[in-house]
Design a protein around this ligand. Structure first.
Ligand SMILES: Nc1nc2c(ncn2[C@@H]2O[C@H](COP(=O)(O)OP(=O)(O)O)[C@@H](O)[C@H]2O)c(=O)[nH]1
Ligand SMILES: [Mg+2]
Length: 306
C-alpha cells in the first residue's frame, strides 16, 4: 500500500489519534517497522502534519536504538514527555503591562476571533479590569453587533464605527477612548475575510501602526486565533498573519470539538510562538490558559478535552 493510501485509511479510521497512540503503547508491541509505521500514521491522523510526524518518528527511533528499548510503551512514554516539553514555552502568559494594554486579535473568518475577544473581556472583567472592546471588523454591521452583545454580557465598553468605516480609524478611536477613560485593557477585534488576502494584511499592518503610534509601543499582545478543528488548514494562513503583524501568541479554539491535538504541536513548530489560550466552548468562561501538561494528559486519557 502506498504511503498516501495508508494516510487516507488512517484518517478515515482514527479520528482520535492520541487515544490510538496510547493503545499502540499498551499492546506491548515490539519496536518493529510495522510499529513505527503505525505510529507515524497515527501522528498524521492527529494533525501533526507529515513532516513533523516523520521527524518525531525519526527522533524516537534514534533514541530507541541508543537506549535499547524493546517495546512500544517506551516509545509512547517518551513521546508524551517530548510533546509536553515541546509545548512548554517561555512567555506563555498574557502580557498586560501599562494601561491601556492593547490586545490585537487576528485570524481568518470563523476561527473564533470575536468570541475570543468576548471571552477575554470576561476574563479581565473577572479580574476587575476596565475593558474596551473595539469592533475593527467593519466589513459587516453584524460583526459589530456580535461584539456589542459580548460587551453587554461582560460589562465592557464598546467602540465601533459604521459599516465600511476604516478599521484603523476605529482602532484609533478605541485607543483614544481607552486613554481618556482610563481603561486597563483595549481589545481590538478585526476582520478575517480571505478573499481579499493582501488587503487584509495591509489593513492589519495599518491597524498595528496606529496602535504603535498612539501608545508608543507595539500591542501588548497580538494573538492569532486558529480553529483547532480545521487541522493543517489552520496553519496555512498563519505565516501570512505573522508576517503582517508579528504575533506574540496563538489562541486555539474549538478544542471541545476535536481530538486532533497534533495541530498545536504543528503551530508551535511552524510559528515558534507560544499557545497562550485555548477555547473550549462558546460560553464566556470557555477560555483557558494553555497548560501543556494538562493538555497532554487529557489527550492521552480521553478522546477529547471535554
Ligand atoms: N465549540 C466552540 N465553538 C466556538 C469556539 N470559539 C468560537 N466558536 C464558534 O465559532 C463560530 C465563529 O466564531 P466567531 O467568533 O464569530 O469567529 P470570527 O469570524 O473569527 O470572529 C461561532 O459560532 C462561535 O460560537 C470554541 O472554543 N468552541
Ligand atoms: Mg468576528
Amino acid at each position: 500500500m502506498s504511503f498516501l493510501q495508508r494516510v487516507k485509511e488512517t484518517l478515515a479510521r482514527a479520528r482520535d489519534g492520541f487515544a490510538a497512540i496510547r493503545t499502540l503503547g499498551k499492546e506491548g508491541r515490539p519496536l518493529d517497522s510495522a510499529f513505527w509505521e503505525d505510529f507515524a500514521d497515527l501522528l498524521i491522523a492527529a494533525d501533526f502534519g507529515v513532516p513533523t510526524a516523520e521527524s518525531i518518528v525519526r527522533g524516537l527511533k534514534t533514541v530507541a536504538a541508543q537506549e535499547a528499548w524493546s517495546t512500544g510503551d517506551q516509545a509512547v512514554a517518551r513521546f508524551r514527555k517530548d510533546v509536553e516539553r515541546f509545548l512548554t514555552m517561555d512567555d506563555a502568559a498574557l502580557h498586560v503591562g501599562t494601561a491601556p494594554a492593547v490586545i490585537l486579535i487576528v485570524g481568518v473568518n470563523g476561527s473564533g476571533k470575536t468570541t475570543t475577544a468576548g471571552k477575554l473581556a470576561r476574563y479581565f472583567r473577572d479580574r476587575h479590569k476596565r475593558v474596551i472592546l473595539v469592533a475593527a471588523d467593519t466589513f459587516r454591521a453584524a460583526a459589530a453587533e456580535q461584539l456589542a452583545i459580548w460587551a453587554e454580557r461582560t460589562g465592557s465598553e464598546l467602540v465601533r464605527g459604521s459599516e465600511g468605516a476604516d478599521p484603523a480609524a476605529v482602532a484609533f478611536d478605541g485607543i483614544k477612548a481607552g486613554k481618556a477613560r482610563g481603561a486597563d485593557v483595549v481589545i481590538v477585534d478585526t476582520a478575517g475575510r480571505l478573499q481579499t488576502k493582501s488587503n487584509l494584511m495591509e489593513e492589519l499592518k495599518k491597524i498595528r501602526r496606529v496602535i504603535e503610534r498612539e501608545i508608543g509601543s507595539p500591542p501588548a499582545e497580538t494573538l492569532l486565533v486558529l480553529d483547532g478543528t480545521t487541522g493543517q488548514n489552520a496553519l496555512s494562513q498563519a505565516r501570512l498573519f505573522h508576517n503582517a503583524t508579528p504575533l506574540t501568541g496563538a489562541v486555539v479554539t474549538k478544542l471541545d470539538s476535536t481530538a486532533k491535538g497534533g495541530i498545536l504541536v504543528a503551530i508551535v513548530e511552524e510559528l515558534e510562538i507560544p499557545i497562550k489560550l485555548v477555547g473550549v466552548g462558546e460560553q464566556p468562561e470557555d477560555l483557558e490558559p494553555f497548560d501543556p501538561g494538562a493538555f497532554v494528559e487529557a489527550l492521552f486519557t480521553d478522546s477529547a478535552l471535554a
